[in-house]
Design a protein around this ligand. Sequence first.
Ligand code: NCD
Length: 330
Amino acid sequence: MTGKPLSIDDRSARRLSKEVKMTNLKGQDILHGNQFSKKDIDKMIKIASGFERDLRKKDSLALLKGKILATLFFEPSTRTRLSFETAMLRLGGGVISMASAESSSAAKGETVADTARTVSQYADVLVIRHPRIGSAKEAADAASIPVINAGDGAGQHPTQALLDIYTIRKELGSLKNLSVSMVGDLKNGRTVHALVELLSLYQTQHYFVSPANLRMPEEITSHLKQKGVWIEEIEDLEKAASESHLIYMTRIQKERFADLTEYEKVRGRYIIDGEFLRKLKKKTTILHPLPRVDEVSSDVDSYPGAAYFRQVRNGVFVRMALLAMVLGRR
Ligand code: NCD
């Protein structure tokens, strides 16, 4: 080693090349929560926290200079699209973006597969959100570049799950043996579908708190039971929350209801506010993928365990890690 200190970019590149060699994510699609091993998650956490440190000293890195990310969003998004784009820009790469279905050829009837084939001619990695379950997989099968699922209808949202995991590790110090209440629309909420797959690698216990008609899909609960995960489906939020280290709130997914009178019956069923927290007596961590409607009231925001805006910020570091891992070194 010569005496010349390494720049942050050199250090990131070295760290990444070491870490990437130990993961199998290079060139891979990211489609489902169950595709990750504990080892993948450990690597992701390491790489993301490295980027978090780097960004305290520098606005952006040059690691993915020359690479292009395409974001294709056929459904509304604030955080997921903007944080992926922020992540790519902070890594020195470029971004091309389609923010709505109406502004693309989907409006003319183009298939997801053809759109994915087309975008493969422009970009090095594609992030897609679409209202139909299985659409990200369809894009991945057609694309010649890695495809990242940013939400396929009521299916999966694996990158949200990874940033949730990163946040839980940071907030609670460990992922092991946690008791977790997942609350709200567990039927249609894709974030919980992906997150519970990841958490269950760490011997977590789960309360699934939802109205009877919005329960966690059977295929997920039976898969968890098969793996020996302790779960209890329950409607009583107070009981579940008082026995949990972590409450993961979700929005009732209005856009997935065919009949809006059904939505009206369940909206506002579960609300966490200051009074609810006082009744709990012990400090609990509260996460929410956002956007919230009425399920976490704004008087909770100043509560020390309210981690949902820190969760938003962590999304950038985690998505930097994912882009870097999927693209490998320059
Ligand atoms: C979630 C989503 O789109 O599934 N939002 C997000 O990505 N942070 C949750 C939701 O829309 O309720």
